[in-house]
Design a protein around this ligand. Structure first.
Ligand code: ADP
Length: 191
């Protein structure tokens, strides 16, 4: 199963992607985590992306796409994965399509969280790139570059919106239920 979790920064994609990946026994692939690891390790890529991430801008597509394509070739991704934080631009989505071929993604889960709640969540998690200015920029970049992907995937009828407010465990169950198509949920629904 190949899934994509979409949603604004602070929506809890990373947390939920980790939990759902564990439940489904598939890999959790987060480009944000991978870039932060490169920064921490001081690799050449890490040195390139450090300032970009702090400002809340996007890392250039070609760097992001090649890192991601290399990652999903690993053995642990052979049975499926949840993409978290990629694709974030139309160019990345098109590159992913080209890479995956005809089969493509099975489902796209959009986590819905109101904007005032997002800022509060990010301010309280205390990550290095979570300054107020960077957060505002990331929300702007999300609206401009990433939100169009919802319509892009909705044309394939693979999008499900899930309410991202509430208890962590409840949100996980909501996601699993839309992926199952059970209990009134299912793709193209709102839970
Ligand atoms: P958040 O969900 O809070 O935005 P992420 O961990 O997903 O956090 O991403 C952190 C930063 O990493 C982004 O602001 C961006 O600079 C960089 N990044 C992550 N994924 C991508 C991507 N697919 N394309 C470009 N930049 C990315």
């Amino acid at each position: 199963m190949r899934l994509l979790f979409l949603g604004p920064p602070g929506a809890g994609k990373g947390t939920q992607a980790e939990r759902v990946a564990q439940r489904l026994g598939i890999a959790h692939v987060s480009t944000g985590v991978m870039f932060r690891q490169h920064v921490a390790d001081g690799t050449e890529l890490g040195q390139t992306v450090d300032a970009i991430m702090k400002s809340g801008d996007l890392v250039p597509d070609e760097l992001t796409i090649s890192m991601l394509e290399e990652r999903i070739r690993h053995d642990d991704a052979a049975d499926g994965y949840i993409l978290d934080g990629f694709p974030r631009t139309l160019a990345q989505a098109q590159a992913l399509d080209a890479h995956l071929g005809a089969e493509g993604l099975d489902a796209v889960v959009v986590l819905d969280v109101p904007e005032d709640e997002l800022v509060g969540r990010m301010m309280s998690r205390g990550r290095k790139d979570d300054s107020e200015e960077s957060i505002r920029n990331r929300l702007r970049v999300y609206a401009q570059d990433t939100m169009p992907l919802i319509a892009f995937y909705a044309e394939r009828d693979i999008v499900a919106s899930v309410d991202g407010v509430g208890e962590l465990a409840d949100i996980t169950e909501r996601i699993l239920s839309v992926l199952d198509g059970g209990s009134g949920g299912g793709l193209n629904s709102t839970v």
